[in-house]
Design a protein around this ligand. Structure first.
Ligand SMILES: NC(=O)c1ccc[n+]([C@@H]2O[C@H](COP(=O)([O-])OP(=O)(O)OC[C@H]3O[C@@H](n4cnc5c(N)ncnc54)[C@H](OP(=O)(O)O)[C@@H]3O)[C@@H](O)[C@H]2O)c1
Length: 225
């Protein structure tokens, strides 16, 4: 048992996802308004996105460097909505136990340090340790369902964490807000990034709906086959 997972992203026509560029061509709040219609009980981002937009700027530095190894799930609190970060080594620093009212759950691998987990507990932040060297995404989402009763999860980027979920067969639906703008720059993250080069085939999607939104944006929803 795992949550139904919807990847919800804002993208230029050429698939690039740099938010600062895209805000020029889309009304403020349009991404969030559209996302709210998906009725998720949790949203999730990769370490890079969390560091850029939500966590403290300075990273955590361990004093002990003692790896945590396997650990039980820590449920600091149950809530009606959750914000979830995927942070392999446990490097993000958090000032609060929530993001805009959504209780924070940090997912780390066994390589995160014991003093990092202690810090999370002291701050009232929940955590899941899943995976030895890297985060075991399939296990992590099963534990989110089991311990936090998360049934509908919005995966909100960036491209690398989206790509890793897709490769693991963990994306059920894509919700793409396609804005009328072209980025065109090299080395800008795209909606799905970092997938194995040898794959050489497109993931198949089935169109569910197309809606015209404000300023000529299109809201596309696809089921992942
Ligand atoms: N337009 C949109 O809707 C939207 C939404 C979100 C983000 N963004 C943009 O996307 C950009 C960041 O995207 P990004 O692709 O560079 O980073 P990302 O997907 O946010 O984060 C990737 C990082 O997550 C961590 N991670 C942990 N477990 C992982 C796993 N199993 N597979 C892959 N990654 C794992 C890795 O860092 P560690 O190994 O260090 O943990 C990895 O480098 C930013 O520019 C941001 O503004 C746009």
């Amino acid at each position: 048992m795992r949550p139904y997972i919807i990847c919800h992203m804002l993208s230029s026509i050429d698939g690039r996802i740099d938010g600062d560029t895209l805000t020029e061509v889309i009304p403020a709040g349009e991404y969030e308004t559209t996302g709210a219609k998906l009725k998720g009980d949790a949203w999730m981002c990769g370490r890079t996105t969390m560091q850029l937009h939500f966590a403290e700027k300075r990273l955590f530095i361990s004093r002990t460097h003692k790896q945590a190894g396997p650990q039980p799930v820590h449920v600091a609190q149950r809530a009606s909505s959750y914000a979830i970060s995927i942070d392999t080594l446990g490097r993000l620093r958090w000032s609060e136990s929530d993001i805009d009212g959504d209780h924070l759950i940090c997912i780390v691998s066994e390589r995160a340090t014991t003093d990092y987990l202690t810090l999370l507990r002291e701050k009232g932040i929940s955590y899941i340790v899943a995976g030895k060297k890297s985060v075991d995404l399939a296990k992590a989402v099963r534990l989110l369902h089991k311990h936090f009763d998360i049934k509908r999860l919005l995966l909100e980027g960036g491209g690398n964490i989206n790509g890793a979920f897709l490769e693991s067969g963990l994306v059920d639906e894509l919700s793409l807000l396609l804005v009328p703008g072209i980025d065109g720059r090299h080395d800008i993250p795209t909606v799905f990034d970092g997938m194995k080069p040898k794959l050489k085939r497109a993931a198949r999607l089935k169109l569910m709906s197309v809606l015209k939104r404000k300023n000529g944006a299109l809201w596309l929803r696809y089921r992942v086959r």
